[in-house]
Ligand binder design. Structure first.
Ligand SMILES: [Zn+2]
Length: 96
C-alpha cells in the first residue's frame, strides 16, 4: 500500500487527502511558530535598545550630578530637536 507522508511533520497516511489535510494544518502551525519567533526577535531588539538608552541616561545623570556637585548649576546648551514644548529638553526630563 502506498504511503503518503506529511512534508512537515512526517506522519504517514494511507490516503493522499489525509496527507493534504495534515500538511495544511501543519503549515498553519508552522506559520504561527514563524510569526511568534519573529515577534520574539523584535521584542528582544526593543529590549536591547531600551537597555542602551537607559544606560545612556544613567551615564548622563552621573555626569550631570558630578558637574552640579562641583559647579552648582547645569544648563543644557543645545536645543533638543525643534524648540516646541513637547520636544524640549526640559519637558523630556519632566516626563522621565
Ligand atoms: Zn503534518
Amino acid at each position: 500500500m502506498k504511503e503518503y507522508k506529511c512534508g512537515i511533520c512526517n506522519k504517514s497516511y494511507d490516503k493522499i487527502e489525509d496527507r493534504i489535510a495534515c500538511e495544511s494544518k501543519c503549515y498553519k502551525d508552522y506559520k504561527k511558530a514563524e510569526e511568534a519567533k519573529k515577534k520574539a526577535e523584535l521584542e528582544e531588539a526593543r529590549k536591547a535598545r531600551k537597555e542602551e538608552l537607559d544606560l545612556a541616561c544613567k551615564k548622563y545623570l552621573e555626569l550631570r550630578n558630578a558637574y552640579m556637585k562641583d559647579y552648582g548649576h547645569y544648563t543644557y546648551s543645545y536645543s533638543y530637536g525643534d524648540d516646541n514644548e513637547s520636544n524640549s529638553w526640559e519637558a523630556f526630563w519632566r516626563n522621565w
